[in-house]
Design a protein. Structure first.
Length: 339
């Protein structure tokens, strides 16, 4: 029989072995646990997905910003290119060395701007960031690159060998200013040589285009010169040199040949001839001229003294208003104090 004492149930010893402990889980509890595990996994996956999306959004934003900046810089560079084209057009219309130098400086400044804009851009190739700052036009747009190269090519000055193949080398008889024209002789031929930009010093060799005058030995009132000079002083110098040549039995100029890889014989080609003086007219007189205004290098103006006129060329570096500088004149002495 069973006895109860102080709320404790006492079982007979022969019934203890009949007691069993139920450790199984019901179907409802199993489903509840499975749902909880799935929720936890879904939450983890959702967190990872959100983190992944944030990274992708950040990358996308960076690419969009890079594209926006690239388009902005590309537009700026195209504007500079258009400005450079207009500048090259103005440079081609320059009438003197001072204007040419001015436009050359503008072209250089514009090209520096292009280099600065290019240095701020990078191009993606093969998943790698390649710095394109060493290239003048580091842009993925091939049309833009080609346009840029065309502009620079149109502004670039070709080498002397491509400017004019028919050139004659002449040795300066005296220190002469820019634009001064004189006649050089070789046998029965003569050429008009014009001093290039910047002037020349005595003995300096410079190149001039080949323009040969023929049949100028006979001197009479009816004979005329085939070439025209820049002013009256040049005509006087031409006539003086022609008269000196008639009076002298020795040649006024001698021919000097130079070795050349392109020359197959010892006969000099026109581009190898150097006209060198062996008998020169008296030294050209120099006069002092006062600048009427601030003038740039190479500027030419007419100075008057009585009934005579001379053409004065501003020396290197330019002059200021009222500044006095010295210029050579014609073979006839001319004195100028004021004008």
């Amino acid at each position: 029989a069973c006895q109860t004492e102080k709320d404790h149930v006492l079982y007979p010893t022969n019934q203890i072995s009949d007691l069993k402990y139920d450790n199984t889980i019901s179907d409802d509890e199993s489903r509840s646990c499975a749902v909880s595990s799935a929720d936890r996994q879904a939450t983890i996956n959702s967190s990872k997905k959100i983190e992944y999306n944030d990274i992708e959004l950040a990358k996308l934003a960076a690419r969009l910003e890079e594209t926006r900046m690239s388009m902005k810089l590309s537009k700026a560079r195209r504007q500079v290119i258009e400005e450079m084209k207009r500048t090259c057009t103005m440079r081609a219309k320059a009438s003197c060395s001072a204007e040419t130098s001015f436009w050359d400086e503008q072209i250089k400044a514009l090209n520096d701007s292009i280099l600065e804009l290019t240095a701020r851009m990078k191009i993606k190739k093969g998943g790698k960031q390649l710095d394109e700052t060493t290239k003048i036009f580091g842009n993925a747009d091939e049309n833009f690159i080609e346009d840029s190269r065309c502009v620079l090519a149109s502004c670039a000055v070709p080498p002397p060998s491509k400017l004019n193949k028919n050139l004659i080398k002449v040795k300066a008889p005296e220190s002469l200013p820019e634009g001064y024209t004189f006649t050089a002789y070789l046998g029965e031929k003569s050429i008009l040589a014009t001093v290039p930009s910047g002037g020349v010093i005595k003995g300096e060799i410079f190149s001039v285009p080949l323009a040969i005058e023929k049949n100028i030995v006979e001197d009479d009132d009816s004979s005329t010169c085939a070439s025209t000079s820049v002013d009256e002083q040049n005509d006087e110098r031409h006539n003086y040199a022609r008269n000196m040549r008639q009076k002298s039995t020795a040649p006024l100029f001698e021919e000097i040949t130079q070795d050349s890889d392109t020359c197959s014989s010892r006969t000099p080609s026109p581009s190898q001839v150097i006209f060198e003086t062996t008998s020169m007219p008296p030294t050209l007189p120099m006069v002092k001229v006062r600048a009427p205004a601030n003038l740039t290098e190479g500027h030419r103006f007419t100075a008057k003294h009585g009934e005579k006129k001379i053409v004065a060329t501003v020396p290197q570096g330019g002059v200021k208003k009222g500044e006095i500088f010295v210029v050579p004149v014609s073979l006839v002495p001319v004195t100028i104090s004021e004008f």
